[in-house]
Write a protein that binds this ligand. Structure first.
Ligand SMILES: [Zn+2]
Length: 162
């Protein structure tokens, strides 16, 4: 028998509204946005007081990342397809004959290759993992994050801690 305990947080302000343009094949989507919803689950042993983690701690870690992304353009800084130029006050993005200049204050430049829900989930999960480490939650052994772009359509990422 193997026992696995987990805690899930979702809904309570674990969301963000953001614009993006993902690439698909060798195409670039039009600029558009989503009201993203985030669900975060961690697995781990019970602490001495029989928690996996305090709900409010996990909500806080997850919400902090959501708040950073909220009301921004999400730029896939590591895209192999977009021609991206970091200027003093803006990000220049070129794709074929389409050219954009986004004021830096409107942009979160993410270290990911594409702004798919799967990679946004990975980015959020790894940020939460860093907070779990800093917070001393040594009993946590795995994380799962789902990012829902629209109802019934989400991408996810999960990993164990070694
Ligand atoms: Zn989209």
């Amino acid at each position: 028998m193997s026992i696995q305990r987990h805690v899930t947080v979702e809904r309570v302000r674990l969301k963000f509204a953001a614009a993006h343009m993902a690439t698909l094949g060798d195409e670039l989507e039009p600029l558009h946005g989503h009201n993203y919803l985030v669900r975060c689950r961690v697995e781990g042993d019970l602490t001495e007081d029989r928690w996996v983690i305090d709900f409010s701690a996990l909500k806080g870690y997850t919400r902090a990342v959501c708040d950073e992304l909220d009301h921004h353009f999400l730029l896939q800084r590591d895209s192999p397809l977009l021609d991206i130029e970091e200027r003093d006050a803006s990000w220049g993005v070129r794709f074929g004959d389409r050219e954009y200049a986004f004021p830096k204050s409107d942009v979160v430049a993410l270290p990911i290759a594409n702004t798919t829900a799967e990679l946004l989930a990975e980015y959020i999960a790894e940020r939460v993992v860093a907070s779990l480490r800093d917070g001393g939650h040594g009993n946590i052994q795995a994380i799962h994050v789902d990012v829902e772009e629209m109802p019934g359509q989400s991408g996810g990422y999960a990993r164990t801690f070694d």
